[in-house]
Design a protein around this ligand. Structure first.
Ligand SMILES: Nc1ncnc2c1ncn2[C@@H]1O[C@H](COP(=O)(O)OP(=O)(O)O)[C@@H](O)[C@H]1O
Ligand SMILES: Cc1cn([C@H]2C[C@H](O)[C@@H](COP(=O)(O)O)O2)c(=O)[nH]c1=O
Length: 217
């Protein structure tokens, strides 16, 4: 029976790498799949992993219709066994509803990948709907780490090094500033404790060097 799977974790925990591996393994066994993404750092219509691999993908814009796309493909004699959907946090609620419908009514497996929460710790629209509808929600095993060594659970956005909590929800960027399209905006994964205190690696380092502040854990 086809299933809707959601693989989730912070930024930089290996979601896109797993998406590429999963696609490779299914393809290697003769299954026919299609790969989708949205706002990938490497550019439009690309699914890229920090380990260096990337593949061409279909870009999911807010107007994109998964149901029409898959039904159209099957009606024209095509075969579709599965969909790999990266950066699914950016998909709309309607698009995730359609993914569930594709699973249930067309028996196509869906493997969706995305971060759960934005830089303000709020659930993304696509991710919240996936949590509501998925047959299985998987947390990635590879743990991204906070600078303090704890498991990173939250994504912080930084502007010129300082953590910010206001701004547009979607700003493409990376955890390593030099790889981001706009180097002044970056991301850093943190444990909840340090996200709450807005303590990035840089600000913790600065605070540790200051003689005026008490030490923190
Ligand atoms: N130079 C490297 N050597 C080994 N592993 C790396 C290297 N660079 C990145 N990685 C691995 O790749 C992961 C990020 O993979 P990626 O698929 O791009 O993450 P995500 O899609 O979750 O943001 C890191 O957590 C790390 O495990
Ligand atoms: C937290 C957060 C992230 N983003 C962007 C930044 C990246 O371009 C992607 C996440 O990609 P990854 O492969 O999981 O590293 O999402 C954003 O637009 N808004 C946010 O709040």
């Amino acid at each position: 029976m086809a299933q809707l799977n959601f693989y989730s974790g912070t930024m930089d925990c290996g979601k896109s790498t797993l998406a590429l591996q999963l696609d490779h393994n299914h393809r290697a066994r003769g299954r026919v799949g299609q790969v989708f993404t949205s706002h990938d750092r490497a550019g439009t219509a690309t699914l890229s992993s920090r380990l260096g691999l990337s593949v061409t993908a279909l870009e999911v814009t807010p107007e994109f219709d998964f149901w029409d796309h898959v039904v159209g493909g099957l009606t024209h004699g095509g075969r579709i066994d599965y969909l790999v959907c990266d950066e699914a946090q950016f998909y709309t609620r309607r698009q995730v509803d359609d993914l569930a419908r594709v699973v249930d009514e067309l028996s196509v497996d869906v493997f969706a990948f995305g971060i759960l929460t934005d830089f303000r710790t709020r659930l993304f629209e696509g991710s919240s709907r996936l949590v509501e509808l998925a047959d299985h929600v998987h947390t990635l095993q590879v743990e991204a780490l906070c600078w303090c060594g704890r498991r990173a659970t939250h994504n912080a956005r930084t502007e010129n090094g300082a953590m910010v909590t206001e701004g547009e929800v979607i700003v493409v960027g990376d955890v390593e500033a030099q790889r981001a399209p706009d180097a002044s905006v970056g991301y850093e994964v943190l444990c909840r404790r340090h996200h709450r205190r807005r303590l990035t690696a840089a600000s913790a380092h600065a605070a540790a060097l200051s003689p005026d502040v008490l030490p923190f854990d």
